[in-house]
Design a protein around this ligand. Sequence first.
Ligand code: ASC
Length: 150
Amino acid sequence: MKSIAMIALSALLAGVAVPASAQFAKPEDAIKYRKNSLFVMSQHFGRLGAMAQGRIPFDAKAAADNAALVETLSHLPWAAFGEGTDKGDTKANPEIWKEAPKFKEAMDKFQAEAVKLAAAAKTGKLDDLKTAFGNTAATCKGCHDTFRAK
Ligand code: ASC
């Protein structure tokens, strides 16, 4: 059996782009993947929210670790919104595919804030975390308001 590396190498040699993102055998897999990656992200983001809102004590190390994970995870879900993944066990709105550039803009905004969030969490200052958390949460909400069914 060919290893993943061999397959990637063969694809490269054949001039085929090798995306860093996951590939999905069927639409249900893509839907599961994006929901699960968003869920994991929400767990780490939620811990930052609890600190930012004073529900748990501020822990600079935990904040930096969680924010770094949010940034890493922020890259995952979007490749799983491909064509044909609009139907099934999903709250994704048809606007995602009808207004693809707007959706892309929203995800880019979120990713940019996630980068800032990770940087802010590294300063060890709660006020920096609060600001960056608020800005990032606004991009989550902005996208949900338009692109996620209630
Ligand atoms: C979270 C979470 C979201 C966002 C969003 C911000 O903690 O799981 O989806 O924040 O609620 O408005």
